[in-house]
Design a binder for this molecule. Structure first.
Ligand SMILES: [Ca+2]
Ligand SMILES: [Ca+2]
Ligand SMILES: [Ca+2]
Length: 419
């Protein structure tokens, strides 16, 4: 068992090497050693039937290995022809794909039962030529099945599209419904950013079917499965999400948790990594306010005001703007929670610290209307009208790059808070 566990670790490392990394990936070409491979496969795949199952229907007969087709679209047909001609010579197949440089990892060719019929299929994660290291390698994920008539293509991930930089994540009954899933990814890099799209495919209904629609994507992510909520069923965990461009604005990574809902994988939770940017402190405060978590909102606005150690993005003037906005919001939150004295103190703090700030005007409008009507909703509407005619109010949070949310006049005082 010990050596088996060691092999499992080795395979995990190999799989880690296959995670998309936008050009920094160093694919590890492993020389084919079929005996060791079979053991590795059995170790990595925690499928209901992990052992290589029924042998190919015929005794392999040596046939010449076909040369690499010039056209990547010809790979599947060439593979099928070779398997049928050779009577399913898997060692020969590995040699052939190796000679094409179509396999980047030992686990990119597996025999595993992907359709739960009790016998193993050939699962292949192919790239056009792995010697062309770099980004945007054209690739595909294939499942080749066999019956009395020979070998045939059972699943073809790329279909009529182009699939770039494929990588296998896991083959297992991931959603614990009794059927095996294949999880794999494709990574495409643009000028600034690499985006990885994860697909989870099951054959539980008798045909290969996606449980992730067009895929679940995020930039700069290493996707994996883990039981996030402890219910015994793994979730898909996506951690990453930054954009490699200054124009995108300040960045922070996040974790998105995708949970099986009985039909598809859906976004269950988003958790942002800690960031020392003042801007994100206020975004989190805004979110807490919208969620009705007034204590949290007040705490975060207060920290934005009081903590000079929080970073600005481009220039120090951001701090004055965001602090003034936060003081206005803190005054608003205190009015909502009925802490009128605290609300008033925060208003006065803003009026004396930054009397010329646009948010000094905003807080004055809020308080004038509130004192006139003692109706927060009406006061909030008044603030909305002021913000609509003074675009500089919304601009305070609107210009933090294309990777960050917009901010509009309607959000200066969100009327939804009073519905
Ligand atoms: Ca099968
Ligand atoms: Ca399943
Ligand atoms: Ca779970």
């Amino acid at each position: 068992m010990k050596s088996r566990r060691t092999l499992y670790l080795v395979v995990l490392l190999l799989l880690a090497g296959s995670m998309p990394g936008c050009g920094i990936d160093i694919p590890q070409l492993i020389p084919p050693t079929s005996t060791a491979t079979a053991t590795l496969e059995a170790a990595v795949l925690r499928t209901p039937t992990p052992e290589p199952t029924s042998p190919p229907p015929e005794t392999p007969t040596p046939v010449p290995l076909p040369p690499r087709p010039d056209d990547f679209e010809q790979y599947p047909d060439t593979i099928l022809r070779y398997l049928n001609d050779s009577g399913g010579d898997e060692d020969g197949l590995r040699d052939m794909l190796g000679s094409w440089n179509a396999l980047r990892h030992v686990t990119d060719l597996l025999r595993v039962d992907t359709d739960d019929d009790g016998s193993g299929e050939l699962l292949m994660v192919l790239v056009e030529q792995s010697m062309d290291y770099g980004i945007n390698l054209r690739g595909d994920v294939l499942v080749v099945d066999s019956d009395d008539e020979g070998y045939k293509l059972a699943y073809h991930a790329a279909g009529d599209t182009i699939m770039l930089d494929p990588a296998l994540i896991e083959v297992d009954d991931l959603n614990r419904d009794g059927h095996t899933e294949m999880a794999f990814s494709s990574t495409e890099c643009g000028a600034h950013t690499c985006v990885t799209t994860v697909h989870i495919v099951t054959s539980g209904t008798g045909m290969y079917e996606s449980l992730t629609g067009d895929g679940i994507n995020m930039s700069y992510v290493d996707p994996y499965f883990s039981d996030w909520d402890g219910d015994g069923v793994p979730e898909l965990i996506m951690h990453g999400g930054t954009i490699g461009s200054v124009g995108a604005g300040p960045q922070r990574e996040r974790t998105e948790v995708y949970k099986w809902d009985g039909a598809v994988y859906v976004l269950e939770e988003t958790v942002y990594d800690y960031s020392n940017y003042l801007y994100f402190k206020v975004l989190d405060a805004n979110q807490a306010l919208m969620d009705g978590d007034y204590d949290m909102a007040a705490t975060l606005y207060r920290e934005a005001v009081d903590n000079p150690g929080l970073n600005v993005w481009l220039e120090e003037s951001e701090r004055e703007e965001i602090v003034a906005f936060s003081q206005y919001r803190l005054s608003l939150v205190c009015l909502i929670t009925g802490e009128v004295e605290l609300a008033e103190a925060t208003r006065d703090e803003l009026l004396s610290a930054q009397p010329n700030s646009i948010y000094a005007q905003v807080v004055a409008v809020l308080w004038d209307a509130y004192q006139r009507e003692t109706n927060l909703r009406a006061a909030c509407e008044q603030v909305g009208r002021f913000a609509a005619s003074h675009p500089e109010a919304a601009e305070v949070l609107a210009d933090y790059g294309y990777g960050n949310p917009t901010f509009t006049a309607d959000e200066v005082c969100p009327i939804q808070l009073f519905q």
